[in-house]
Structure formats: C-alpha cells, structure tokens
Design a protein around this ligand. Structure first.
Ligand code: XMP
Length: 321
C-alpha cells in the first residue's frame, strides 16, 4: 500500500492536528470545501479538522439517507451546533431507497450507495455550493480491506484509481488516511470533541443497510433500526468494540398467540477488537442475551427468532453485508 501508516505509539495528536490543518488550508486555498458529517468518530474528527482549517468556508451537511439510526440526524446536528459548527440536513431518503430497490447482492448494494452519495448527492451539493473539494474520513483500515478485496468500503475511490474530479466534479481530501480507529479517537479527544463522540463505537458508512441481508426497503430498515436501538441500549456498558443487529433474509417458523407465525430473524453481534481487522465475539452474559431476545421479540414487529453470533473475524466480518 502506498499510504504509510502512523501507528498509535508514534502518533502525536497535537502535531498531527497542526499538520493536517495546515495541509487542508494549503490545498483548499481561498476556495470552499464540503463535508458530509455522519456523526461517527472518523467523520466527526474530519469535520472539526476542516472547520479549524477553513471556518465558514467548510460547508457541513448531514445526509439524511433514511438508513441512519433513530433520531441520529437531529442528535448530531444539535451536538455540532453546540460545538459551534453549523450543519445542514439534506433529505435524500427517496434517492437512496430508489437506488437500492431490488438489489440483494452485497457488493451491488454497496456500489449503489457509493454512486448515490458521490455522484448524485455530493455532485449536486458541490455544484450548488461552488466547492471544489469534498472532505471525508476514510481511514487506514478502510483502504486496507478494500484493496485486499474483502469488502468494497463505500468511501474508497481514489485508491481504486477512480478520478473523482473527472467523474463527479470535485477532489477528495482525506486527512485521517494514515491512522486507524484507535489513533482517530486520540485525535478526537485532543480536538475537544465530547467523549460520547470520540469514544463512539464504529458505525459503517452504508449505515443500517450494511445490516440487512437481502433487499433494503423502508420497512426492513425500520425493523433493523428498532432492533439496533434495543441492542445499543443493552450493550452500551459492555465495553465492547462494536455491537449490532442484523436482519436476515430467511424467515423461520415461530408461534404468536398460539398460532403459526412465519417470522423474521434478528442476529446480534458484539465484538472485541482493537482496530476492526480481527475480532472475537464478546462473552456477553447469558442473562443479557435472554433479555435482548425478549425485548426484541416483544417490541420489534414480526421477529420470532434472535440469535447471537459466536464466530471470530476472520472468517466472519464485523458487518453482515
Ligand atoms: P467489516 O464488516 O469489513 O468492518 O469487518 C470493519 C469495520 O469497518 C466498518 N465498515 C465500514 N465503514 N464504510 C465505512 O466507513 C463502509 O463501507 C464500511 N463497511 C464496514 C464496520 O462497521 C467495522 O467497524
């Protein structure tokens, strides 16, 4: 890989921040840049770096793609407003759902999300705002996994030889390309982000669609969103690296009110990991698993089966898609 990793032990957050702020200023010059803030650690760190470098010349948007967790857009926008960074919500739910319609293959779904983000949504925002640059929080692990052919991470473009300027009309700035998640958290803390942001469990760019096996529809997103909320509430104190709910495609026979119910299956995953390259399932107490199964089957419509994944990464990956 041509990018040189900055290992956690070699990272000096203060020096890193200064260097990146200087680099962003020198690349953008007097122009404008845009940043799509998702509220994840990587994206939040890049937003603050960009805002420090450019101030109002950074236009920050929250892309409401319909695939995010419950109340996420409002929560993130108000949190950044408190930090003094104005963020505008762009509602493009319909665009994402119509692009995903009928797709079941994981890589086709990822490609459709990439195209909708980069061509349709950012292409338009760049044109409207007059910006020439898009800032994004691609990290070292994202590039490594994509180049290794494991998963096409939604945000890998230039490293795959894609000319974003020719194709979409803007250049990409990726300030945290040389660091992994643990280093990004350190930078986030040094930037003064609240702990609830810099210590947030990772969340994938394709959002809840990475947790739906088979077609992504509004209804299926709603199911996985409700299950995600319960999983996050029950496991947020587990100390795990990441925890998630996955909606399966296959149905299974269950019983509801004494009658046969051919219902939905939710799989829970909870990971111990340092950098998402490898991972092991957390030994979640059985009582917690039982509580999760009860809450999900009681509260998420149509679910008759809840399972817990006990596979390591590899051969599993962290997300299901
Ligand atoms: P996997 O599923 O490949 O995930 O084991 C490794 C880590 O990356 C996150 N992930 C993504 N992040 N864009 C991202 O920004 C993506 O397309 C994407 N896919 C997975 C995942 O949540 C985990 O932390």
């Amino acid at each position: 890989m041509s990018i040189k990793e900055i290992k956690i032990d070699d990272l000096n957050p203060g020096k890193f921040i200064k260097q990146k702020v200087d680099e962003i200023r020198s690349v953008v010059g007097n122009g404008l840049a845009i940043k799509a803030l998702s509220g994840g650690v990587d994206s939040s760190v890049v937003t603050i770096l960009g805002y420090r470098a450019l101030g109002d010349r950074l236009k920050t948007y929250f892309i409401e793609n319909g695939l995010m967790r419950e109340n996420e857009p409002q929560r993130i926008v108000s949190l950044f407003q408190k930090l003094g960074v104005p963020v505008k919500i762009v509602d493009v739910k319909e665009q994402f759902f119509s692009a995903l319609k009928g797709l079941t293959d994981p890589e086709e779904k990822r490609e459709s999300i990439t195209q909708t983000f980069y061509k349709d949504v950012f292409g338009k925002l760049v044109k409207e705002s007059g910006a020439k640059y898009l800032m994004q929080g691609t990290n070292y692990t994202d590039v490594e996994e994509t180049l290794a052919g494991i998963k096409r991470q939604h945000n890998i473009l230039e490293q795959l030889g894609i000319d974003t300027e020719g194709k979409y009309g803007y250049k990409i700035i990726e300030p945290i390309l040389e660091v992994r998640k643990s280093g990004i958290r350190k930078v986030g803390e040094a930037l003064g982000l609240p702990e609830e942001i810099y210590n947030r469990p990772p969340f994938p760019g394709p959002a809840l669609s990475a947790r739906i096996i088979g077609e992504v529809t509004q209804k299926r997103i709603e199911t996985v969103r409700k299950a995600t909320k319960i999983v996050e509430e029950e496991l947020c104190d587990s100390g795990a690296f990441q925890y998630l709910a996955i909606l399966h495609k296959d149905r299974v026979t269950g019983i509801r009110e004494g009658k046969r119910d051919y219902g939905l299956q939710i799989e829970i995953r909870c990971w111990e990991s340092k950098d998402a390259i490898t991972g092991s399932p957390t030994r979640v107490p059985y009582e917690t698993l039982e509580k999760l199964a009860k809450r999900i089957t009681d509260n998420v419509e149509g679910v008759v089966s809840v399972t817990y994944n006990i596979t390591k990464k590899p051969p599993s990956t962290i997300e299901a898609v």
